[in-house]
Structure formats: C-alpha cells, structure tokens
Write a protein that binds this ligand. Structure first.
Ligand code: SF4
Length: 331
C-alpha cells in the first residue's frame, strides 16, 4: 500500500468529492499547498539522484486541459485522464519528460468532467470509438489509491464506445466483479522476468501479470498483451523466446482464444541516461550506441536493421506459439 511522504495539493481540490476523500484518507500525511500542479518550484530544483525519493510524494490537483489527440493504433483518441506520472520507476518510462518535472504521480480530482467529455464525444459519434485513457499513467496502480478505475467502469458501461488502458500491474481483483458490459480493453504489458527485475522497478512480477490476464479474461474483459518495450540486451532472443513460451504455457485457454498482441521496441533519450546514471548508479545501461541511433530532440531508437531483425523474430515466434492470435502492430 502506497503511503506518500508528502502531499502537494491545489486548494480547489476541496470542492470535489474525490479531493475531499483523498484529503481525509491521507489526513496524517504532511501537506503543502501549491498554486499549480504543473509548476512546483521545489520539485523542479531537485537533483537527478533524488528521482526515486521524489516519487514518494503525491501531487493532487485539477486537470485543466482536456484535449483529445487522434490516434490510429489501438484507439481513436488519446485522452488525458485522472492521473499523470507514476510511483513506479521503469528506467525507460516515457513520462520522464523534462527532467524531474512530471515523473511523480499527479492525481486529478475532476474526474466527472473528464468522463463526461468522453461520453459526450462517444455518444455523438456514428461509429464506435475507442478512447485510450491510460497513456499518461498506470490506471491499475492509480486505482489502488483512488478507486478511479472502478468508478470509471461503473459510470461508462451504459454508454457507446470503448475504453482502453495499458498496465504493468496485477492488482485487478477489484475490477473482476464489475458489470463492464464488454466495453473495457485491458492491455497487459509484459517483459522477460530478468528485464522486469533489472529495469521495471516497482512494477508487478511477470507471474502476477499473467495471472491478472487470466482473471480478467475469466471476468469477461477484452484483453491484449503488449510486449513492450522490447529491449535488445545481448541475450534478447533467448529472453523473449522464453517469455513467449511462458505465455503460451501459463495463459488460460480462454485467454489464448482471442488475445491480441502489440509489440513496441524501446525508445530512449538523453534525459533518461542522465537521470538513470545518477538515480540508479548500479542499474544496467540501456543506451547502447552500437545498435541505437538518434531520432531527433535527444531521443534514440534502435537502428533499422535491429528493428527489422526484431520484427522478423516476433512475427515468427508468435506465429509458432500463438498461430490464431492477431498482431496489431510491431513498431
Ligand atoms: S509503470 Fe508505466 S507509468 Fe509507471 S514508471 Fe513504469 S512505464 Fe512509467
């Protein structure tokens, strides 16, 4: 159970039900009032080595921008939702943007406004739209603090459209009894156990994630598997083959019947390198100049020949172990 070290909060959260509940829930935790969750001077000044410690704080505010971004992968729109940032610390996390500014968990208490906008857009559309609500944080993790996922599923189920989110966590038991009406697509992100241990600090183990997939399928949810991000460590073939074999052995028949795959290769950045070498000095170095190349604005990705080799590998192996399952994309 996450117990924040301090809470930084905007005064207005007291005007929202969830804001009141969180202030009551954490009444023993020291609190600092802030003007704006986007600009906490004290956090900006923190050193890279304080990165993990900084994530022990909780920031609570009101989301002011509700701009939907068109998307053409698994959803129609990426939607800013009830949180941003995370208390885990995956070394490649793309939420680590401008240094330490937005890596910590921020909760937004105006969930009614956010869900209302989704419902309005969805119900007005001629086609069935899918909204990605988890691109800024991990909602299964957030749910353990706010119950927002339960609230969202219960309040969305009678409307048109679908909601989807990725997760690296296995705390799904509270979602199982919900009447979700088949409108939720959970996408479980997996990696080989060795990579989870060395890179995805603070997330659920592989076994827990596989069990969560089986439970969610049993409860009638639509579920996908994100093999992501694929990291081309020296023994990647061996590790990812073991992962695919393990999935094939441990997933239930129900899960294997219609689960789909997304495969995403890791992108990395100069900012990650700087933070990680100071915050996690004993961790492995994910930047490998032999096989990575610049992608503009301090970002790196794997060279084309490596990505092609990776794509071939995943297509071949998934065809062997999951011949009837769809691969939505490999990027
Ligand atoms: S669990 Fe997701 S959001 Fe949290 S640190 Fe890892 S990649 Fe980032």
């Amino acid at each position: 159970m996450f117990k924040p070290k301090s809470i930084y909060y905007e005064k207005n959260i007291e005007n929202y039900q969830l804001g009141k509940e969180l202030l009551e829930k954490y009444k023993e935790v020291p609190k600092i009032e802030i003007e704006n969750h986007n600009a906490i001077e004290e956090m900006r000044k923190k050193q890279n080595k304080e990165f993990a410690d900084m994530k022990r704080n909780l920031i609570i505010g009101i989301r002011k921008t509700h701009k939907f971004v068109e998307n053409h992968k698994i959803s129609d729109f990426l939607v800013p939702y009830t949180s941003s940032g995370c208390i885990a610390a995956c070394m490649y996390c793309y939420l680590v943007c401008n240094y330490n500014k937005c890596a910590y968990l921020r909760l937004f208490v105006n969930r009614e406004e956010m869900l209302e906008k989704i419902i309005k857009v969805s119900n007005k559309s001629d086609k069935i739209l899918t909204f990605e609500i988890g691109s800024n944080s991990d909602l299964v993790l957030e749910n353990t603090i706010t119950n927002n996922l339960i609230w969202t599923i219960e309040n969305f189920k009678d409307n048109k459209g679908m909601l989807t989110f990725p997760t690296k966590f296995d705390m799904v038991d509270d979602l199982l009894p919900l009447d979700h009406q088949g409108k939720i697509i959970v996408r479980m992100s997996v990696n080989p156990e060795e990579i989870i241990n060395k890179v995805e600090f603070g997330t659920s183990r592989l076994r827990g994630r596989i069990e969560a997939i089986n439970k969610l399928k049993e409860a009638g949810y639509k579920v996908g598997i994100l093999i992501a991000p694929v990291i081309f460590v020296d023994n990647w073939r061996e590790l990812y083959l073991e992962l695919i074999q393990r999935l094939s052995e441990d997933l239930s028949e129900k899960a294997k019947k219609d689960i789909f795959f997304e495969v995403i290769f890791m992108t990395y950045s100069y900012v990650h390198t700087k933070i990680n070498e100071e915050a996690f000095p004993n961790a492995i170095n994910l930047y490998n100049k032999e096989i990575m190349t610049g992608r503009g604005r301090g970002k790196y990705w794997y060279k084309e020949e490596i990505r092609k080799e990776g794509e071939k590998f995943f297509r071949e192996q998934l065809k062997i172990y999951f011949p009837n399952n769809k691969i939505i994309y490999i990027v």
